[in-house]
Design a protein around this ligand. Structure first.
Ligand code: ADP
Length: 403
């Protein structure tokens, strides 16, 4: 069965076409700068272990034009891998915020669209783009059901003691202010994969999953369920990130307001000018490493702060779990940066974490164990695959609805 996974941003359209009989991608790609005079379109076709890349620049006025171009690419005799659009049996949409209204992946009809619309104030940049993706898919691929899969879903199992903030009750009841958590499809995918890797039933496992990419979040997973996570109402809190500040004293915000910063400006600074970038001017960790090698003290501090802030969150979630069986690293930084992994786990030997330095330094795209054989707590690297998880969730939702 062929499933198309769609991830819409306000001016971008990311997609992956998967063959769910094998779980393998057939094609993937990204259209950027939609609505501008020139939109880069990059596309890949997978053939066995090879992939063939194709790039072009064109102009797409809106998501509707971009989606039609994507469909033409997927069915292109040379670049595509299906002969007819009708071969797509379902479309899985990544939707950032499901709030408390939508806590399970669902087939999208008018009622579901209205709920996603109601959640726009919670995710003003993301949910409108997700809705646009759903609208165009329903227009140009009306034969295939559209299924919304939410970043927040996996965290809907958190108990109130973890998701409520110490704020007046009405902020929760009137405005829905609470911790929701994000990166849910990734945490869900790697926690299931970790159980498979360890050949243990997920119900008996306590994990801390560390999704470390441009955005970073950690989740305490007990018996296959999220019981706490570091992101909150928005994807801003937690450890330091590429451009996001992570946890800060909330009183800094009124302090800055009193200095004359407008709310929108504060929001922009905390999301786009902070984190690694705020400390050393660089947000890509590979650039931070290059600067460290040249002796840049600010880059050194930024890296130290990143590792320390991750270790701090591991400690907090560990205490919440009571017992931790395995730590799982994933995403761009988690999967690739051996020095960061080593530094994040420094000092945890007494907690039963014994990292195998040789295994930790091996680069590989495979799921693997990097702790010593006698380590009480396992340390794993599990490459994430959010598209596969979205496609899988979409098929499960269709099955549940008998479609
Ligand atoms: P996103 O959150 O946008 O999906 P990714 O998961 O792709 O991001 O992670 C991006 C981050 O991963 C960047 O900070 C990048 O520097 C980092 N990264 C990618 N490859 C490496 C590497 N080989 N070593 C260290 N960091 C890496």
């Amino acid at each position: 069965m062929i499933v198309l996974v769609v991830n819409c941003g306000s001016s971008s359209f990311k997609y992956q076409l998967l063959d769910m009989d094998t779980g393998k991608p057939l094609c993937s790609g990204l259209v950027e700068r939609i609505g501008e005079s020139s939109s880069p379109f990059s596309h890949k076709k997978y053939a066995g272990s090879e992939s063939l890349s194709f790039k072009k620049e064109d102009s797409y006025a809106d998501h509707s034009a971009a989606f039609q171009a994507v469909l033409a690419m997927l069915t292109h005799p040379e670049h595509g891998s299906i002969s007819r659009v009708e071969d797509i049996k379902a479309i899985g949409h990544r939707v950032v915020h499901g709030g408390e209204l939508l806590t399970r992946a669902c087939v999208v009809g008018e009622e579901e669209k209205e709920k996603i619309r109601l959640l726009v104030p919670m995710a003003p940049l993301h949910n409108p783009a997700c809705l646009q993706g759903i609208e165009v898919a329903q227009t140009f691929c009306s034969h295939a059901p559209s299924v919304a899969v939410f970043d927040t879903e996996f965290h809907s199992t958190m108990p109130p003691r973890a998701f409520r903030y110490g704020l007046p009750q009405k902020f929760y009841t009137d405005f829905g202010i609470r911790r929701y958590g994000f990166h849910g499809t990734s945490h869900k995918y790697v926690s299931r994969k970790a159980a498979e890797f360890l050949r243990l039933p997920p119900e008996n496992l306590n994990l801390i999953t560390c999704h470390l990419g441009n955005g970073c979040s950690l989740t305490a997973v007990q018996g296959g369920k999220s019981i706490d996570t570091t992101m909150g109402l928005t994807p801003l809190p937690g450890p330091l990130m590429g451009t996001r500040c992570g946890d800060i004293d909330p009183a800094i915000i009124p302090f800055l307001a009193a200095k004359g910063y407008a709310p929108a400006e504060i929001d922009r600074i905390l999301n786009k000018e902070s984190g690694l970038k705020g400390i050393c001017g660089l947000n890509d960790l590979r650039d931070v490493h290059a600067a460290r090698e040249k002796g840049d003290a600010r880059a050194e501090l930024a890296f130290e702060m990143l590792c320390y802030s991750i270790r701090r969150q591991i400690g907090a979630l560990w205490a919440c779990l009571g017992r931790t069986d395995a730590l799982v690293f994933t995403a761009g930084i988690g999967e690739n940066d051996s020095e960061l992994r080593q530094k994040c786990l420094q000092g945890l030997e007494r907690w039963g974490v014994s990292l195998d330095q040789a295994k930790n330094s091996v680069r590989s795209p495979e799921a693997r164990r990097i702790s010593k054989d006698d380590s009480k707590v396992q340390v794993l690297i599990i490459p994430t695959n959010e598209e596969l998880e979205i496609a899988r969730s979409a098929l499960l939702a269709l099955e549940k609805d008998g479609i």
